[in-house]
Design a protein around this ligand. Structure first.
Ligand SMILES: *Cc1c(COP(=O)(O)O)cnc(C)c1O
Length: 368
């Protein structure tokens, strides 16, 4: 039997495993930070309409520069981000994972390095590997905050070409204070002119504001966003960035021509017409997230402060065994490999009740 290692694959891919959150068929799935609410009927109708229109033109390539979509994304950012963003500041791709890939293809690559402060979003390291960018795992404190002195030291020593700051962070849930982000930007520029990417995938769920205003006067800063979480459209695959127009020009050097299909552009535009409804769900999810924090603590668990649509809870002597016990009760949460901790996404009130029942039972069993 021929396996991967019998093929002439690149050395750095040998023996590695692909990204793989388990997609198990259980009653309550709270493991991938999706929005639990299906899209509202009016939006489904609007998507069908816009896609029908787009379908007539599928004999042609789509708008390569996705101008209408970027204009609407810019309007959304301007409205919600307390900072004026124009079409020329925005770039869109198939999920923010593709945005990140394009950024690493442009600013990373062979002979270059990227750093993130871990535990954090595992795809940053995986996409770095895929683009031939050396990855450096920067430090976090035991409470999962970023210790400024240690982080600055890691930047000064490694002089990375790309710095990732995920805020609110995944899988830990906590936000990074704006002063820390600014100090890390300064440290990165002092070490070597480098790109600093703020991954704001969860910003709509935060108690605090977007860091978009930091873009002012900082051409080496990028804010990356997604419609997968707050917009409840993980299946759409639409991510985007806001940055200086020069950054938008630069990523076009590596993007595949016509990378964003006409169907994707039409669907995303329909979703953006329903921003107010979708952000209404975000408010419900934030309330449920806060309830999970309170109830988990009341049940005797430790919880990391959360500004996201999920909560990190512990501590477990054996997190994977705990994950399995919760799964045995019909609830799928996430074991991100952070020793002692698991992560649960905020679901519907009923799903969250099922989860809370499961972990309360588990606690009783332990103390019995
Ligand atoms: C979910 C997530 C993304 C989103 O990726 P998409 O490709 O847009 O679905 C990006 N960054 C972080 C930190 C995430 O958790």
């Amino acid at each position: 039997m021929t396996g991967i290692d019998d093929l002439p694959v690149r050395d750095e891919l040998r023996g590695k495993t692909p990204y793989g959150a388990p997609q198990l068929d259980v009653p309550v799935r709270l493991n991938t930070n999706e929005n639990p609410y299906p899209l509202p009927a009016a939006l489904v109708e609007r998507i069908a309409e816009r896609v029908r229109e787009a379908a007539r033109g599928l004999n042609r390539y789509p708008d390569r520069d996705a101008v209408e979509l970027r204009t609407e994304l810019a309007a959304y950012l301007t409205k919600t981000g307390k900072y004026p963003v124009g079409t020329e500041n925005v770039w869109a791709a198939n999920g923010s994972n593709e945005v990140i890939q394009q950024l690493l293809q442009t600013f990373g690559g062979p002979g270059r390095t990227a750093i993130g402060f871990e535990p954090s979003y595992s795809m940053h390291a995986l996409i770095a590997r895929g683009t031939g960018t050396a990855w450096i795992s920067g430090p976090r404190n035991d409470d999962f905050t970023i210790g400024l002195a240690a982080a600055e030291r890691a930047i000064a020593e490694n002089r990375p070409d790309v710095v990732f700051i995920t805020t609110p962070n995944n899988p830990t849930g906590n936000a990074v204070p704006p002063e820390t982000v600014l100090a890390l930007y300064e440290a990165a520029q002092a070490a070597k002119p480098s790109m600093v990417v703020i991954d704001e995938a969860y910003i709509e769920f935060s108690h605090g504001d977007s860091l978009l205003p930091l873009l002012e006067g900082r051409p080496n800063l990028v804010v990356s966003r997604t419609m997968s979480k707050a917009f409840g459209a993980a299946g759409l695959r639409l991510g985007y960035l806001a940055a200086h127009p020069a950054v938008v020009d630069a990523v076009q050097l590596v993007r595949l021509p016509y990378h964003l299909s006409a169907v994707t552009q039409a669907t995303a535009l329909a979703a953006l017409e329903h921003t107010d409804t979708l952000l209404g769900y975000v408010e419900q999810l934030k309330a449920e997230r806060d309830r999970l924090v309170v109830e988990l603590r009341a049940a005797g668990y430790e919880v990391t402060e959360s500004d996201a649509n999920f909560v990190q809870f512990g501590r477990f002597a054996d997190a994977h065994a705990a994950w399995r016990k919760i799964l045995d009760r019909g609830v799928l949460v996430r074991d991100n490999g952070v020793p002692g901790w698991l992560r649960v996404s905020a679901g519907t009130p009923e799903e969250n009740d099922a989860f809370l029942d499961a972990v309360r039972e588990m606690k009783k069993e332990q103390s019995a």
